[in-house]
Ligand binder design. Sequence first.
Ligand SMILES: CC(C)(COP(=O)(O)OP(=O)(O)OC[C@H]1O[C@@H](n2cnc3c(N)ncnc32)[C@H](O)[C@@H]1OP(=O)(O)O)[C@@H](O)C(=O)NCCC(=O)NCCS
Length: 333
Amino acid sequence: MSTPTPTPRSRILGTGHYAPARVVTNVDLEKVVDTSDAWITDRTGIRRRHLAADGETTSDMAAAAARHALEAAGLSVADLDMIIVGTISGDTPVPSCAVHVQQKLGAEEIPAFDISAACAGFLYGMTIADQFIATGTATCVLVIGVELLSRLVNWEDRTTCVLFGDGAGAVVLGPARGDGRGILSTCLFSDGALSTSLIVPAGGTAEPATPEGLAGKRNKVHMVGQDIFRSAIKNLTSASTLALKASGLRSAELDWVVAHQANLRIITQVSARLGFPLEKFVLNIEEYGNTSSASIPIALDEAVRDGRIQPNQSVLLCALGAGLSWGAALVRM
Ligand SMILES: CC(C)(COP(=O)(O)OP(=O)(O)OC[C@H]1O[C@@H](n2cnc3c(N)ncnc32)[C@H](O)[C@@H]1OP(=O)(O)O)[C@@H](O)C(=O)NCCC(=O)NCCS
């Protein structure tokens, strides 16, 4: 028996993204660490990444993406009643990145807060926004995924520094209009058992930053890549299957998948396990690398703007990252 299609409570009114102008190729990285264009391309699918300029901040990128999303929605900052930012690389440990974005946008005294769910941060933020709109507490929510990981990686560690890029993506969510368009389902998960597989060990209260810790790069990203790789394939597949089932749609009715862009081999295996063709996955990992929480909204915005994703089409979103935290959502655009 199939699940009935739920009535969406919120819908995407506009999308936007921002990528820094500075492009660093794999060949450029050959001069930084012991790596090669062939290794990075074969093992990850990444060819280039955009890195923030000196002095450019996380909130600068987030505000730029937000302005594009507001413009696409035909709305102004004054229409917003909440700002949610998914990030693990905010401008300052305290306060949130969201309040820096609020200030830069010139928004009113609306709630603005961060979500720390790493690469799943955008999906977590979108799910929270959907709940606020469903209860009628909010009617226009800006959800941003933004990361400036180039300042959080160890540029002497070839196993991590080649993977990440900087950027921001945003959506504006508002109430659904009863025409079937909107967020049909979401599901979120976390598993702290693998918390050390992708971690910035120092700089928090457990291990305050010390001169020795800084010298040992304990304040930078440490990753056991193969743990994440295996978990990503398994959990992205299971969460996507759940979100699809909860949406009441059959996989044949799915138009696009926008998966977190961490590794083309992960996406290829998820495509095979879901039995959904790779041609229907929006791919931009080649251009941006892994932009963590920004990756889904950047890919979504690109596909909306270039006309691949059309109104009324159904789009599956899925992401997994540090935590581990992961999830999936089904949206009728
Ligand atoms: C990181 C990742 C690309 C590594 O690929 P892999 O196939 O697992 O590679 P391994 O870690 O087994 O390393 C294989 C070899 O390549 C080497 N290597 C690692 N990085 C390299 C690089 N940038 N250039 C050249 N060689 C590299 C390793 O040292 C190892 O060498 P060895 O066999 O002599 O020990 C892969 O594990 C991955 O994508 N994991 C998930 C990452 C992720 O999604 N992280 C973010 C969460 S959103």
